[in-house]
Design a protein around this ligand. Structure first.
Ligand SMILES: Nc1ncnc2c1ncn2[C@@H]1O[C@H](COP(=O)(O)OP(=O)(O)OP(=O)(O)O)[C@@H](O)[C@H]1O
Ligand SMILES: [Mg+2]
Length: 464
């Protein structure tokens, strides 16, 4: 963290100093995990599910942190005592960001593709300035401030992934790091159970656009009507991306190569560039256009954007990771998360890959969470799509995924084309028995059903 005195921190977070000199300076890392605490740092004691951070205050003090943020004084340890340590962490991050006036903040939100797009933006920016971006999906009221606190005087760009579960979440994150560029990818159906409607989701995501700083840019998806409509929520510059003919940054001629990786013509103003992405799945085109538009808004040249997109690779794990086993079975591991839009995108990539290789295709699908009362209908719809896309074999895993199997059967799958199994172990057993050389297997689910382990197991073994 940039050097800040404990007195100043206490003032910013509305805390009381306990056993600490107000002049003592924090200039080390800010952490919530005691194992990462070190000299000069600050430890945030959070109430955890199993452990209470306060139990570690003594240990981190011994490890040399300057101070801990706590909700009560801890005997013999330097503390700043506050009512709520998570809120205080946000205030601390806000203080640090406000001390870095030249920092360019690129905030992004959306129902799908935040992490993929964040990784693209960070890769595009890195050659042109020190860039701080979250690890994985650090996108909530803890991950976001912890990421922002990594920025210092040398940092030029902060890329901030912002997740929303409730109205007001994105607004809160933006208050910590006001966005120079606010990018909204799409309004899908994830968390619809909590929001109630897609319009409410749009309302929540659009908070990012309202928070764009004066002189900043709102970047909107021209292909998603709910996102395009957010233009009315700012008076700052608006740039759009998509396949729509009037988008500022456009793609035409999208084709998947034999690896399921999309190529396209990128149009920026009057210039056109040939792009061949290294990422798998057509849905990455939208993410690439979004990333391109965001970095153009902070001053990259179109040529630099094109060069960066052609070179960019997958960074975060379990998102359409394609691996070929020694026996020629290809596994597409997308076991990070599953919602109707991302399952559809993944199925199309599977089919493209299968077609290019003349291979048999398998969709191993777990349940999609957080769909509220549309759950049955959405799972059924995925089953039907599997049949329409002509995927050769479907394995629906876990009780909540049974309607996928039923939907496929109703749509005309027969014999062993579609199967339902209760657990990922059973799915693995079935695959072990029936996979043939050259098959392409998509494993797609939310992490909780353990299909990530199935994907790993599939990769670790290559039956002869
Ligand atoms: N533009 C897109 N449209 C539809 N699906 C997408 C898109 N981009 C990525 N996906 C798929 O959505 C899933 C989640 O991708 P990613 O992790 O990038 O999204 P996220 O918005 O960060 O998710 P989370 O809310 O869990 O952090 C992946 O399975 C990926 O294949
Ligand atoms: Mg994410």
């Amino acid at each position: 963290m940039i050097p800040v005195s404990c007195g100043q921190i206490a003032e910013a977070v509305g805390g009381e100093l306990a056993g600490v000199d107000p002049a003592a300076v924090v200039d080390g890392p800010v952490v919530k995990d005691s194992r990462e605490a070190g000299p000069g740092g600050l430890f945030v004691a959070l109430p955890g599910e199993r452990v209470d951070g306060h139990d570690y205050v003594e240990a981190v003090s011994a490890a040399g942190v300057t101070v801990s943020l706590t909700t009560r004084p801890v005997e013999g340890c330097p503390c700043i005592v506050v009512a709520d340590t998570q809120v205080a962490l946000g205030e601390l991050a806000r203080l640090v960001v406000s001390k870095l006036p030249d920092l360019v903040v690129i905030g992004l939100t959306g129902s799908q593709g935040k992490t993929s797009t964040k990784d693209l933006i960070a890769q595009l920016l890195r050659p042109y300035g020190v860039t701080v971006a979250p690890v994985g999906s650090f996108n909530n009221e803890l991950g976001h401030p912890l990421t922002a606190l990594q920025a210092d005087e040398n940092t030029r760009f902060l890329v901030a992934e912002m997740g929303a579960r409730h109205i007001g979440d994105v607004k809160y994150l933006c208050r910590i790091a006001p966005p120079t560029v606010g990018l909204v990818l799409n309004v899908g159906r994830s968390h619809i159970g909590e929001f109630g409607s897609q319009d409410a989701i749009a309302q929540a995501k659009g908070e990012l656009i309202e928070a764009v700083v004066p002189g900043g840019t709102a970047v909107l998806n021209a292909d998603d009507p709910r996102v395009a409509a957010m233009a009315s929520r700012t008076s700052e510059t608006v740039k759009t991306f998509g396949e729509a003919p009037d988008a500022d940054v456009r793609a035409t001629g999208i084709k998947l190569d034999a690896g399921g990786r999309p190529g396209f013509e990128l149009h920026i103003g009057d210039s056109t560039f040939d792009i061949q992405l290294q990422l798998v799945g057509e849905h990455q085109v939208s993410n690439a256009l979004a990333a391109a538009t965001a970095v153009l808004a902070v001053g990259l040249k179109p040529e630099q954007v094109a060069e960066g997109l052609n070179a960019a690779t997958t960074v975060s794990k379990w998102r359409m990771e394609v691996t070929e086993r020694a026996d020629g079975v290809t596994v597409i591991n997308d076991a990070y998360n599953a919602n109707p839009d991302s399952v559809r995108a993944a199925l199309k990539a599977l089919v493209a890959l299968g077609r290019a290789r003349g291979a048999r295709t398998w969709a191993v699908l777990g349940p999609m969470g957080e769909l509220g009362d549309t759950s049955l209908e959405e799972h059924d719809g995925i089953g039907r799509l599997v049949v329409r896309l002509d995927v050769n074999r479907l394995v629906a895993v876990g009780e909540a995924a049974r309607p996928i199997h039923l939907g496929a059967s109703l749509e005309g799958s027969w014999g062993d084309e579609s199967a339902y199994v209760e657990s990922s172990d059973e799915a693995l057993a079935l695959l072990r028995k029936e996979l043939r050389q050259g098959d392409v297997v998509l494993v797609k689910a939310s992490r909780f059903v353990g299909l990530d382990r199935l994907a790993t197991a599939l990769l670790e073994e290559a039956p002869q």
